[in-house]
Design a protein around this ligand. Sequence first.
Ligand code: GDP
Ligand code: MG
Length: 162
Amino acid sequence: MLPVVALVGRPNVGKSTLFNRLTRTRDALVADFPGLTRDRKYGQANYDGYQFIVIDTAGVHGDEEGIDKEMASQSLRAIDEADVVLFMVDARDGITSADLGIAKHLRSIGKKAYIVANKIDGIDAEAAQADFYELGLGEVYGIAAAHGRGVESLLHRCFTPL
Ligand code: GDP
Ligand code: MG
């Protein structure tokens, strides 16, 4: 069984953009993976020599007050199914209340999560990334999912300890 990587985060941070890059497709590659339910978008990634299943949590919607409701649905189940959680945030927006809610949940379950600050293209990446250490999940990895910057080193970091 391939390792499972879940992309979680509030809407518009770039989860689907990263999913498409990792799976090199515009559409979901939905397949039968034993033990995984079908109401989230699954793809098989073969990227930089790493093979894994990636889950795009397309169902995380709603206003930023509704964290519990958001987290109660698809993203919670995706986190459950995952070996590795990529918690995506928007490097241009800084920390939002939705980010805080997701971080709190991830800290409480103790599953390994990597903070991925997306959209570092065209900004001062280091300064932008620095904000997200406050989420209390350790290292912050800057990427530009739309262009691929930082993606290889992120995967290298995620998979080296497995
Ligand atoms: P999702 O809601 O988390 O799945 O986010 P999407 O993947 O749909 O992306 C939301 C918006 O962010 C889209 O307009 C993307 O083009 C844009 N976006 C995604 N990745 C990047 C990036 O690396 N840099 C920039 N500048 N924009 C990005
Ligand atoms: Mg999406």
